[in-house]
Each structure stands twice: as structure tokens, then as C-alpha cells.
Design a protein around this ligand. Structure first.
Ligand code: AMP
Length: 184
């Protein structure tokens, strides 16, 4: 049975809009999958919690997929997409053309070497919670038992996250945004 999956994406080097757009195009073409929603793009201050992504501000967003691809295969696929878009495997914590993270895989809780779902830091990151809240504010974190809206309301991260304006037009066919503009 297809699972609802949320994938976080970010880019902070080069033509960020183009990297995000190309990643969306590739995600929209995944087999056994359907792109259900794509958040708006958010411009966000680099967070240096565990990494040193450089000075460049990120474009971030979240994608909602329905997929039959297993979590482990999805991780491998996302890493292939990252590589195909020029992600530097030798300096993964540095500036990145594209970063793709599995945030949620349905209600599944997975703790395996190299794969933790829900993503262990998503609830601490405003730049994830804002687009997540845009796509599905009522989505419940399966271990914290709080909705995306609640997590956003309580997040301590005060780093700057703004809607990118104007929003770029996208190359991938239909933009299945599943929510209205926040605040409207
Ligand atoms: P990053 O440098 O942020 O792309 O992190 C990638 C590393 O995190 C890889 O070694 C993955 O195996 C690991 N990882 C663990 N859980 C996840 C997840 N839920 N989504 C993406 N990568 C994950």
C-alpha cells in the first residue's frame, strides 16, 4: 500500500532555484510514486548545528509523495538524485547543490544504521516546519505525537525563514501545491 512520505529539500550554492526545480522534476518522475504536493520556496539563514554549510542562504521546501518505494530504496534514490545534481560527497556537511532528507514515511518509526525516520532533527528546524505546516499542518509526528502546526508553534529555533518572493515559475509540469498561500 502506498505510503505518504514527506521529503525536505534545500540548496545553498549555485543556481538554487534551478537545483530545487530539477530535484522536483526527478522526484515527480519516480516510479511507483505520485507527487502530491510541493511547498512554496523559503529562503532561510544557514543553521550551523552540526554542519558548516557556508555563508549562502538556503532555499528550502518540502515535497509530499505517495510511494510504494521502500524507505531504504527511497534513501538510495534520493542520494542518487543528490549526486546527479552535483552534491559533493567528499564534503557532505559543506555548501550543497541539493540536500534531500526523508522527514516522514507514513507513521513508520525506523532506527537503522544510516536511516532514521522521522528525521531526528526535523522538529528543531524552523526551515522544515514552516513548509511542512504549509503542506499539512495536521500531520502528526509519530513519536512526539504533536502536529506540524504545534511543533512550529513551539520550536525554539529563531533563525530567519522567509517566503521567497517572487516565487519562481517551475519547469516540472504541474505544480500540485496542495495548500493556499500561508496567511491567505
Ligand atoms: P546529509 O548530509 O544531510 O544529506 O545526511 C545524509 C546522511 O544522513 C546519510 O548518511 C544518510 O544515511 C543519513 N540519514 C539518516 N536518516 C536519514 C533520513 N531520514 N533522510 C536522509 N538521510 C538520512
Amino acid at each position: 500500500m502506498a505510503e505518504t512520505v514527506f521529503i525536505g529539500f534545500g540548496s545553498n550554492v549555485g543556481d538554487r532555484v534551478d537545483f530545487c526545480d530539477r530535484a522536483m522534476t526527478l522526484l515527480s518522475l519516480l516510479p511507483h510514486s505520485r507527487l502530491k504536493g510541493v511547498s512554496l520556496l523559503y529562503e532561510t539563514e544557514p543553521v550551523r548545528d552540526r554542519t558548516d554549510p557556508g555563508e549562502g542562504w538556503f532555499l528550502n521546501g518540502v515535497v509530499q509523495l505517495e510511494t510504494d518505494i521502500t524507505p531504504r530504496s527511497l534513501l538510495t534514490t534520493l542520494q542518487e538524485i543528490e549526486r546527479s545534481l552535483g552534491r559533493d560527497d567528499d564534503n557532505r556537511s559543506g555548501p550543497r547543490t541539493i540536500d534531500l532528507d526523508i522527514l516522514f514515511y507514513g507513521e513508520q518509526v525506523i532506527k537503522e544504521p544510516g536511516l532514521t525516520i522521522p528525521h531526528p532533527r526535523l522538529h528543531q528546524r524552523r526551515f522544515v516546519l514552516m513548509p511542512m505546516n504549509e503542506l499539512d499542518p495536521l500531520w502528526i509526528h509519530p513519536t512526539l505525537k504533536q502536529s506540524a502546526a504545534q511543533l512550529l508553534a513551539e520550536v525554539e529555533d529563531q533563525s530567519q525563514v522567509h517566503l521567497l518572493f517572487p516565487q519562481p515559475s517551475t519547469r516540472y509540469g504541474s505544480r500540485p501545491a496542495c495548500s493556499s498561500q500561508p496567511g491567505t
